[in-house]
Ligand binder design. Structure first.
Ligand code: SAH
Length: 223
């Protein structure tokens, strides 16, 4: 990398963290993870100049890498502990999975596009994120082999939380997802699961307004 662009990236990355702090991200471990993971490694080469701007960017297969503030916000709301095992549905570029991997024991990521799953797996391997596994599958079914999960993060929007995901969430587990119609108002919601021998309850808390690509059933037919 040319020295000049390297210096520019350092400046951009300093501003990137400042923006997150100014917008209210206060969890030191989350901020450290956001500082450690180079977003530039997860965006297409054509978008490199925008890698540290607080904006979503297009990735392959018509999908997008989420806005850094939203990544940090959802991560903070998950209240992660180092021993947690986390399921991420909608791994896309792998960026959010990389952030999670810095904060917990194990991350299982599911992506419905083979191209994206393969790219994310390679990038994560190259970056040394060894506690992440990326699976090409329909995340609406979760990944029962590894359930239960302490935390579930869905990064594509749906009207309702998929039943399989609620099922695979541990007792006292937390699920964060964008809820709402494809082209209408969406909000991040936090779902907390409480289980007794007789019943399962889900407490729901509505958080910030967002805009996500839709959660779609089935593996993508396209690559
Ligand atoms: N977390 C990603 C954001 C990707 S956008 C990142 O950090 O880059 C949401 C992703 O969800 C898209 O890649 C889309 O293909 C994927 N997706 C949508 N429905 C899905 C499903 N049912 N199973 C798995 N992935 C899904």
């Amino acid at each position: 990398m040319a020295n000049e662009s390297g210096q520019q990236q350092d400046i951009d990355r300093a501003g990137f963290l400042l923006t997150l702090r100014q917008r209210g991200i206060g969890d030191q471990a989350v901020l450290r993870a956001m500082e450690q993971v180079p977003r530039a490694a997860f965006v297409p080469t054509g978008s490199l100049t925008g890698a540290y701007a607080d904006q979503a960017l297009p990735i392959d297969c018509g999908q997008s890498i989420s806005q850094p503030y939203v990544v940090a916000y959802m991560t903070e709301r998950l209240a992660l502990k180092p021993h947690h095992r986390v399921l991420e549905v909608g791994t896309g570029s792998g960026y959010q999975a990389a952030i999670l991997s810095k904060l917990v024991r194990e991350v299982v990521g599911i992506e419905r596009y083979r191209t994206l799953a393969d790219q994310a797996r390679e990038r994560l391997k190259a970056g040394g994120y060894n506690n992440v596994e990326v699976i090409h599958a329909d995340g609406m079914d979760g990944w029962p082999d590894r359930a239960p999960y302490d935390r579930i993060l869905v990064t594509a929007a749906a009207d309702e939380a998929p039943a399989a995901l609620i099922e695979q969430l541990a007792d006292d587990g937390v699920m964060i997802m964008p809820r709402g119609p494809h082209n209408g108002p969406q909000h991040i919601v936090k779902l907390a699961k409480r289980q007794t021998p007789e019943s399962v309850t889900l407490d729901e808390e509505r958080l910030i307004a967002v805009r996500f690509v839709p959660l779609l059933a089935g593996k993508a037919r396209e690559l």
